[in-house]
Write a protein that binds this ligand. Structure first.
Ligand code: FES
Length: 132
């Protein structure tokens, strides 16, 4: 058996690195298909004092007080994950646990250094329309 050359070691390391990358890709879930245009939600589906993630869209809509609706862009300013939960009065990015206010999207805690981008929420009848 001949000793491994530097080239052999680099090739082996490269293949191992490619294997790790392939494994990581297999572990990723498919990206969510989202609409970037306007969205609409039933006002009754947005809890008072909390909010709702509009799955399949770029938006989270909140109702800090009865009949007052706000909307924000889901992209977290920390590293771009979508915020994915609203718990009571906090919008949460579960990637690294940044938390944002349902009232104005401002940062409450976590590694994000800015708040969520604002969108426009307009209530009409029993619907709320959201636009960028
Ligand atoms: S991407 Fe949201 S906290 Fe890091």
């Amino acid at each position: 058996m001949t000793p491994a050359t530097r080239r052999d070691l680099l090739r082996t390391g490269g293949l191992a690195a490619a294997g790790v990358g392939a494994t990581a890709l297999v572990g990723c879930s498919a990206p969510e298909k989202k609409t970037t245009g306007p969205a609409e939600v039933a006002a009754a589906d947005v809890p008072v004092g909390s909010g709702k993630i509009l799955e399949g869209t770029n938006y989270v809509v909140t109702q800090p007080t009865k009949g007052s609706f706000c909307a924000f862009v889901r992209a977290c300013p920390h590293a771009g994950c979508d915020v994915s939960k609203v718990v009571e009065s906090e919008i949460i990015c579960t990637c690294h646990d940044s938390r944002f206010s349902i009232s104005d999207g401002s940062r409450l805690s976590g590694p994000a250094t800015a708040g969520l981008g604002k969108a426009t929420a307009k209530a009409s009848g029993d619907k709320v329309s959201i636009t960028a």
